[in-house]
Design a binder for this molecule. Structure first.
Ligand code: GRF
Length: 204
């Protein structure tokens, strides 16, 4: 008997390089998951083009992303078992968070619980890390609950802050780590059927 692949839906607002990492990893033998739907609140999101090239169905939702019933229906219609927020810049409506409680994860480009919360996204995160003098940054993957960036942490990847870094240089180094961390977490989820809790040694 073969176990069915974990059905993963991805929400993305931007270029979709994290989505691409998942699309690539899903092709690995024994990956254990497949991307069944990509949703964006921006019709021009690079993520939609990437999904299209990979033959994955896509849907665009209204820009503010606040139609909770509509979004939940899309995800349920795709029979998504796991929802991944990969550069999704809108608050997920409470109705959707409730419908996918414990089955939705987000990737954040800093080491939570520092440098998270409302307004902390994109370049601002890396500016705040640099302004603080922190010597270490790196992505965090966490469960999504109704509070911004506060759900249980599943995995982190340490990335050193280099002397002379500007926000763009740091963002690029963190993004490379994101592309390794996110597929590792989704594969581990597919393997065990539940939210993993991974040490760096288990994923590096
Ligand atoms: C990543 O840095 C991710 O951590 C953040 O948004 C960025 C998305 O990049 N949430 P991409 O669209 O996956 O290239």
């Amino acid at each position: 008997m073969t176990v069915a692949d974990l059905r993963v839906a991805v929400l993305a607002s931007g270029g979709g390089s994290n989505l691409q990492a998942l699309l690539d990893a899903a092709r690995d033998p024994g990956a254990g998951f497949k991307i069944v739907l990509v949703i964006s609140n921006r019709p021009d999101a690079g993520a939609l083009a990437r999904a299209g090239r990979a033959g994955v169905p896509t849907t665009t939702i209204p820009a503010d992303g606040q139609d909770g019933a509509g979004l939940a229906a899309l995800l349920q219609g795709a029979r998504a078992e796991l929802v991944v927020l990969a550069g999704y810049l809108k608050l997920v409506p409470p109705q959707v968070v409730a419908a996918f409680a414990g089955r939705m994860l987000n990737i954040h480009p800093a080491l939570l619980p520092a440098f998270g919360g409302p307004g902390m996204y994109g370049r601002r995160v890396h500016e705040a890390v640099l302004a603080s003098g922190a010597r270490l940054s790196g992505p965090t993957i966490h469960l999504v609950d109704e509070r911004y960036d506060q759900g249980r942490i599943l995995a982190q990847w340490p990335v050193p802050v280099a002397p002379g870094d500007d926000p763009d240089a740091l963002a690029a180094r963190v993004l490379e780590a994101e592309h390794r961390l996110l597929p590792a977490v989704v594969k581990a989820w597919a393997r065990t059927g539940e939210a993993p809790s991974l040490t760096f040694a288990e994923i590096a």
